[in-house]
Design a protein around this ligand. Structure first.
Ligand SMILES: [Ca+2]
Length: 203
């Protein structure tokens, strides 16, 4: 094999591997602080912090639509506890009835790549909680309904979505709280890459 062919092959290999590693990195959308553990938590006497619309106290997340409660452990709320770590959200804050709050975070994605988004929705004794989730081509309702005699229930939601743009906003908005206690829990948001964009065309 002549030197120039060998050099070309080496060069093409380098290009190929660098492309592959770039694609892998881009594909791995990174959602941070999905368990709401980090940030500037400044709780009241109930180990709870109210976050207003636009608040960015929780690392990576922005609050929208209405106030929410960021709750620590322990707390005085009848056994409410997180599914991951020591903190979780109540998208009703301290108020009963609509509107409810939401949180959103924008992550880098590869258009046409497929991702899996999962999180826990919390409900208390009084009925079904609902969170509207949007991300890429996903627009769905995630629900939790307590099964008596259990009073505090977390239900895992998981769905695939396809990214449309190079940035995707993961949006989780409370749309229904359980009827008697005004609780609408959220914790443990996880985003995973499932597969890359369309197959690399044959040369
Ligand atoms: Ca948590």
């Amino acid at each position: 094999m002549c030197q120039s062919v060998k050099s070309s092959l080496v060069f093409m290999s380098l290009v190929f591997f660098s492309l592959v590693s770039t694609m892998d990195m881009a594909k791995s959308a990174v959602l941070i602080n999905g368990s709401f553990e980090s940030g500037s938590f400044a709780p009241n006497s109930q180990n709870t912090m109210t976050l207003n619309i636009g608040a960015t106290s929780m690392t990576g997340w922005t609050v929208f639509n209405d106030q929410i409660a960021w709750i620590g452990t322990p707390n005085p709320f009848y056994g409410l506890s997180p599914t991951s770590g020591s903190r979780f959200l109540d998208l009703t804050d301290y108020a009963f009835g609509i509107p409810y709050g939401g949180v959103r975070q924008t992550v880098s994605t590869v258009p046409s790549a497929i991702y899996r988004l999962s999180f826990d929705v919390g409900a208390y004794w009084g009925g079904t909680s609902k969170i509207r989730v949007t991300a890429g081509d996903l627009d769905a309702e995630a629900t939790a309904t307590p099964v008596r005699p259990q009073v505090h229930t977390w239900t895992r939601f998981s769905s695939l979505f396809t990214a449309i743009e190079s940035n995707t906003t993961i949006s989780l908005l409370g749309i229904q709280a359980d009827s008697s206690n005004g609780f609408l829990g959220l914790d443990n948001v996880v985003l995973e890459s499932v597969q890359g964009s369309a197959a690399v065309p044959e040369p």
